[in-house]
Write a protein that binds this ligand. Structure first.
Ligand code: ATP
Length: 233
């Protein structure tokens, strides 16, 4: 479904990612783990075309994404749930969700999906009229996921969904991630919490200083001595 082929990504003169190649097959949860600054967020930004590769190709369903705008990608079936959640603080929970469906013209189906979002996240229903900025961190993360789902993505890009959340909320969020995957959503997951990420994902890639240094079945990688030592403590 998604393929990066020898992709190099730069911020001005700073090379953040060097020659990265990775694949995400339909139906998978694939995780990208690595230390702070390894380049994980940068790879997600390149997939959703917030930055263009210096070299290499990013393909979604076989199509080279060069030149496509982020909103075109949403129409093609990709949705990005960014780090730090980035909900619209001064808009209500309901308006944030409806905004997630901005590329859709099937208004009746949008209302049905809003209802589905409230079923999946009852806490958001209780707070539908509340300003998003007044939600707790965990609730904002739920809102960010629910909003990303409102475009009916085939591929969901998730950046650090556990960041800053209490362990009990993190478990809840990860159960939701697995539930979405069980419903057929393919997921590329960037996570600092390598334990949880490896437990949740089918396959994993390890990024070190901008280069992919290991990849494979998540359970096998979690048993790898070097990976255990560096990332699983
Ligand atoms: P973290 O887990 O801390 O979020 P990360 O693996 O997601 O880290 P990135 O945010 O992708 O790492 O950053 C990769 C490298 O690119 C870092 O060295 C970072 O300082 C640099 N970088 C990121 N964003 C910019 C930017 N806008 N301008 C310049 N350099 C940047």
């Amino acid at each position: 479904m998604l393929e990066l082929d020898d992709v190099t990504l730069c911020y001005g003169a700073v090379q953040a990612v060097r020659g990265a190649s990775l694949r995400v097959e339909q139906g998978e949860i694939v995780t990208l783990i690595g230390a702070n600054g390894a380049g994980k967020t940068t790879i997600l930004r390149a997939v959703s075309r917030m930055i263009s590769p210096r070299s290499g190709v990013v393909r979604f369903e076989g199509r080279d994404l060069a030149g496509l705008t982020p909103d075109r990608l949403v129409r093609l079936g990709m949705s990005h749930c960014p780090e730090g959640r980035q909900v619209l603080a001064r808009q209500s929970v309901r308006d944030n969700l409806i905004l997630g469906a901005y590329v859709r013209t099937d208004k009746d189906a949008v209302q049905e999906d809003l209802e589905k979002a409230f079923q999946l996240f009852p806490r958001l229903r209780e707070r539908a009229s509340q300003l998003a900025g007044t939600l707790s961190g965990g609730e904002q993360q739920m809102l960010a996921i629910a909003r990303a789902m409102m475009s009916r993505p085939k591929l969901l890009l998730m950046d650090e969904p556990s960041l800053g959340l209490a362990p009990i909320i993190v478990r809840e969020i990860f159960e939701i991630i697995q539930g979405l995957n069980a419903q057929g959503v393919t997921i590329l997951l960037v996570e600092q919490n390598a334990h949880l990420a490896m437990k949740t994902a089918h396959r994993a890639y390890v990024l070190e200083a901008g280069s992919i240094v290991a990849h494979g079945d998540a359970k096998e990688l979690a048993g790898d001595q070097r990976v255990r030592k560096a990332y699983l403590g």
